[in-house]
Design a protein around this ligand. Structure first.
Ligand code: NAG
Ligand code: NAG
Ligand code: NAG
Ligand code: NAG
Length: 521
């Protein structure tokens, strides 16, 4: 008679047999030319203005993470940002259109936002930024070598329309922004780009502005930046409109904006629904759901080709699930299925930068809002930044839709890098690579056999639980060292002749140094 132990063993053995049936997949990479190009610093994170008393669904998940409260001296925060060398940080969010800058010290009682019952957007009063806090923020950006996008208040100077609720009319009042720029320049602070407004395009969220008016204000901002920063080499870029894509509004806006005015066309992504929706967990594992939003990336990219080819597309804010992120899922391994897939798709559709909401704050924080300890997506972002270069290659396969593949030239030459995302909980994949040189005359693909060792980074959740907030790299948990250093992210070296094996419910970055794609040399 079998005892309990041996029965357990037998059952485990049987299920291993069932699970170990790996699916073979042939991935074809077109190495002759790149299909798109991102900025060198594609990975970007946001810092938001939300105060401690911003609450959603009986939770107040911002804590001290807002820009007025953030502990800028925290060692983990500093090391986490520095590790990117550089990390793009976009400063903005819903309340940015209620921030005034107290440059001349003439605002009486200069205070952060106060909670209000009504009569104010998002239930908060105007927030006043004094130059002491602006100095502290810039000291932090300088010390951590961050590349900063600053989101300017775009509602200042306008009035709510008398006839149409939520519509704001009149010209943007640029003087407060001018004062801030003048102060910023006098202190020697570097700003990479200025973005005008947050979620005021299309139908808006709390308020909206008409497309032609917005185009006119972008021109005002461009002229201001040109005047304040006459050296074209160090002139900050200007970005807008920083809201949800709406075809008619974007087309009108881009068509009305002048030649060379807008450098980055920014839009926001919250495609997973509200943060308290229990379906968010299922959605991040559903390839058909994940793919739907590709149409938006394609549309923005096409609108730029048509109306503003001198600019590039940016996702300037994306938290996936709105109202502060998915309560069960946004800080766990599973969110990486959605996040890394977003990075892959936006790269394919020629986006330059992708800003994740948020570096810290809310449930979608890359760094835990109270402890600053990195969540799984922090490591996903860092690996992407280090492994995936700016040139994007076509990589396709005819296998299971649960396997998602993206390929770029390697960040550091030579070779090609991949990210494989296995959404399936019960299938692993064995991948054979084919190189399609796509030469005229249709030369056939050939199977690629590597002779050098491959660099592989396999990410899996702790205990196989995709809702864990601990991620393993090649089987070892990623944890801060005793001295609070971000762990080194070391690849394992794998025989180049073997197929690439991707476990169920896992994400892998792979660099192949001897894959000679002409597009990458
Ligand atoms: C930090 O500040 C110093 C001194 O003003 C400046 O030389 C340096 O370029 C700044 N670094 C960054 C990344 O802005
Ligand atoms: C942040 O860390 C604290 C302390 O470990 C933990 O209780 C909390 O659940 C974490 N929050 C998130 C959103 O991960
Ligand atoms: C395997 O997982 C996929 C989705 O993850 C599911 O659609 C399928 O039914 C599962 N198959 C089995 C045999 O469990
Ligand atoms: C994806 O994961 C499933 C199990 O979750 C596994 O069976 C399959 O082989 C994996 N696919 C790849 C390409 O590794």
């Amino acid at each position: 008679m079998m005892n309990f132990k041996s029965i357990t063993f037998f059952v485990v053995f049987l299920s291993c047999l069932l699970v170990s049936k790996a699916e073979k997949v042939e991935v074809v990479v077109e190495g002759a030319t790149s299909i798109a190009q991102t900025d060198e610093d594609f990975i970007c994170v946001t810092l938001d203005w939300w105060p401690t008393n911003k609450c959603d669904y009986d939770q107040c998940p911002w804590g001290q993470a807002g820009l007025f409260n953030l502990d800028l001296k925290n060692k983990i925060l500093e090391k986490a940002v520095k590790a990117f060398h550089p990390l793009r940080i976009r400063v903005g969010g819903s309340l940015q259109d209620q921030v005034v800058y107290n440059v001349r010290n003439n605002i009486e009682n200069c205070q952060p936002f106060q909670k209000q019952d009504k009569g104010f957007l998002f239930g908060f009063s105007i927030g006043c930024l004094d130059m002491k806090r602006w100095d502290e923020l810039n000291e932090f950006f300088n010390q951590t070598r961050a590349k900063v996008t600053f989101g300017l208040n775009a509602l200042i100077g306008r009035k709510e329309s008398e006839t149409e609720k939520t519509l704001w009319v009149g010209d943007w009042y640029s003087h407060n922004a001018r004062d801030l720029m003048s102060y910023t320049i006098s202190k020697g602070y570097t700003i990479d780009s200025y973005e005008l407004g947050n979620e005021l395009c299309g139908v808006g969220v709390s308020a909206r502005i008409e497309a032609k008016q917005y185009a006119k204000d972008m021109a005002t901002l461009k002229n201001l930046v040109k005047e304040m920063y006459p050296n074209p080499k160090t002139q900050p870029k200007i970005l807008g409109p920083g809201g949800f894509y709406d075809k008619k509004w974007f087309d009108t806006f881009l068509d009305a904006s002048g030649h060379d005015v807008i450098d980055g066309v920014t839009h926001h992504i919250y495609n997973l629904g509200p943060g308290n929706n229990p379906d968010v967990v299922r959605r991040v594992q559903d390839p058909f759901f994940l793919t739907q939003i590709a149409q938006t990336f394609k549309d923005v990219s096409n609108a730029i080709v048509k109306f503003a080819p001198w600019s590039g597309a940016w996702v300037s804010e994306s938290g996936g699930a709105y109202n502060s992120g998915g309560q069960l899922v946004s800080y766990t391994f599973a969110f990486g299925f959605w996040y890394l897939d977003q990075l892959g798709m936006t790269s394919v559709y020629n986006h330059k930068v992708y800003c994740r909401q948020a570096l810290t704050g809310g449930n979608y924080a890359l760094l835990n809002t109270t402890t600053f300890v990195p969540n799984p997506d922090y490591y996903g972002a860092l690996l992407w930044h280090r492994v995936m270069g700016s040139k994007v290659l076509s990589a396709t396969h005819k296998g299971s839709p649960y396997l998602r593949v993206y390929s770029h030239c390697a960040k550091k030459e030579p070779g090609v890098s991949f990210v494989f995302i296995n959404l399936s909980k019960n299938t692993s994949f064995e991948i054979d690579l084919f190189h399609d040189l796509n030469l005229n005359g249709g030369s056939p693909n050939f199977e690629f056999k590597g002779h050098k060792k491959r660099e592989e980074y396999h990410l899996t959740p702790k205990d196989g639980n995709i809702l864990s907030s601990i991620v393993l790299l090649n089987g070892t948990p990623l944890e801060l060292s005793d001295s609070l250093e971000i762990p080194e992210l070391k690849p394992k070296l794998v025989d180049g002749l073997k197929p690439i094996s991707i476990a169920a419910h896992s994400i892998a970055f792979v660099t192949i140094r001897d894959f000679n794609a002409p597009a990458c040399s």
